[in-house]
Design a protein around this ligand. Structure first.
Ligand SMILES: Cc1cc2nc3c(=O)[nH]c(=O)nc-3n(C[C@H](O)[C@H](O)[C@H](O)COP(=O)(O)OP(=O)(O)OC[C@H]3O[C@@H](n4cnc5c(N)ncnc54)[C@H](O)[C@@H]3O)c2cc1C
Length: 396
């Protein structure tokens, strides 16, 4: 068995970015990327909203806040260097009542602490910018943009291959054994050995961490996000990304209107507990995923903390009309025929045993393995800085 210098598990945007960073720093290193699907970006990296986040929402000083800021700059630089279309269309976070306006003020402070270029505008200014959107105030985030992250992944794949990286596709990692000098990886299509392994397994990150002997103090809980797209006649309804003001008591950002880089417009995503980590059909069920969830007390505690959110997200998933009600709060002219069924994505969200969503990125280590255990949004935006961070720590 030939020995690799580095083995990467997972060909999503985080794994590919880490592989790229390693190749830049160690051009002669032997590098193998193991991926269980037959293409890159098969899961989260190819099923997301395509937003280049500016860093408004995140706890100041957290990894998310720091890496998102540099991620925006790096994503745009990468797109420019490789002719990948992107657009900095800006984002409007819209308050529709007095309580949301209060929250908007706090969000503005947080955004400013994170160094985000943004300013408050009145309801009238909002209508001048976006005649189809109604609200009493908004936060305008200047730098936010849109891109197709799957395209970025395909370019990274191409560059890595040109520079000598080996891709082992359709190979699922089933075992990891670490000795003093090497780490041996058992996959469904044969063994691979190397000096260091970096796992970026997204929805399976807790399971892969366990294979390496890490006792995980979290579990991945999958949240399904269903999108609609607007009928082509309404696809130019707004120019900016339009987001509601998030409820700080709830885990996700709310249903938003998102222009896509191919000229369309999506509405979504919802956030319902998924019964399968990696199947995109509605109501797909995996017995092993469900049984892991049932046995995880952190999930029960989370559900007890957010019973109303659980019910309302379920309603959004099954009822187009409920979804429409959420969006009409700030975009009143939309009607049911405008909503066309579109893709869904499944978020990998780490949940602690006491039932809290872990918001920040989590990276764990053994002697010869590193695991990116929690890389939720904005990890597509921040993938390159995450790679610098992980590879920097490896050098230390
Ligand atoms: C609905 C939705 C909307 C989002 N919107 C945005 C957004 O607008 N902007 C943003 O910045 N972020 C967004 N995100 C988050 C972003 O998509 C993810 O944070 C990012 O894609 C994570 O990348 P990853 O490489 O860690 O995971 P993934 O892309 O999921 O890749 C993990 C890979 O590991 C492979 N793998 C897993 N286990 C094994 C194994 N045992 N053996 C071999 N291979 C394995 C999987 O097949 C997969 O290809 C969104 C996510 C979702 C789901």
């Amino acid at each position: 068995m030939s020995k690799n210098d580095f083995i990467i598990v997972g060909a999503g945007i985080v794994g590919l970015s880490i592989a790229t960073r390693l190749q830049q720093l160690h051009p002669r290193a032997q590098l193998t990327i193991i991926e269980k699907e037959n293409d890159v970006a098969a899961h989260q990296s190819g099923h997301n909203s395509g937003v280049i986040h500016a860093g408004v929402y995140y706890e100041p000083g957290s990894l998310k806040a720091r890496l998102c800021r540099s991620g925006l700059v790096d994503t745009i630089a990468f797109c420019r260097a490789h002719d990948i279309p992107f657009r900095q269309c800006g984002k409007l976070i819209v308050a529709t009542n007095a309580r949301e306006r209060e929250r908007l003020l706090r969000l503005h402070e947080r955004a400013r602490s994170n160094g985000v270029e943004c300013h408050r505008i009145t309801g009238r200014e909002l209508t001048e910018l976006e005649p189809k959107i109604s609200g009493i105030a908004a936060l305008k985030v200047v730098e936010s943009g849109i891109v197709d992250y799957a395209k970025i992944c395909r370019k990274l794949f191409e560059l890595l291959g040109e520079n000598g990286a080996v891709f082992k596709m359709n190979a699922e990692v089933m075992g990891i054994r670490e000795s003093s000098d090497f780490v041996d990886v058992e996959t469904t299509t044969g063994a691979v050995s190397g000096k260091h392994l970096i796992a970026c397994a997204g929805l399976q990150s807790d399971r892969v961490a366990r294979l390496a002997g890490l006792t995980a103090d979290f579990a991945i809980v999958p949240f399904r996000g269903d999108f609609f797209r607007l009928d082509a006649k309404r696809a130019d309804i707004v120019k900016h990304l339009i987001y509601p003001v998030p409820d700080p008591a709830l885990p996700f950002l709310g249903v938003h209107l998102t222009p896509t880089i191919d000229g369309g417009m999506t509405v979504g995503p919802s956030a319902m507990l998924a019964l399968h980590r990696e199947a995109y059909r509605k109501f797909a069920v995996s017995v092993s995923d469900v049984s892991d969830m049932i046995r995880y007390r952190g999930l029960w505690r989370l559900l007890l903390r957010f019973p109303h959110a659980g019910v309302s997200e379920f309603v959004h998933t099954v009822s187009r009309r409920a979804y429409l009600t959420a969006i009409r709060k700030y975009c009143p002219t939309l009607g049911l025929p405008d909503l066309v069924t579109h893709q869904c994505g499944i978020r990998a969200q780490a949940v602690s045993p006491d039932g809290y969503l872990i918001h920040d990125f989590i990276i764990k280590r053994t002697n010869r393995t590193t695991h990116v255990c929690n890389a939720p949004s904005p990890a597509a935006t921040a993938a390159r800085p995450i790679a610098e961070f992980v590879v920097g720590e490896l050098a230390d």
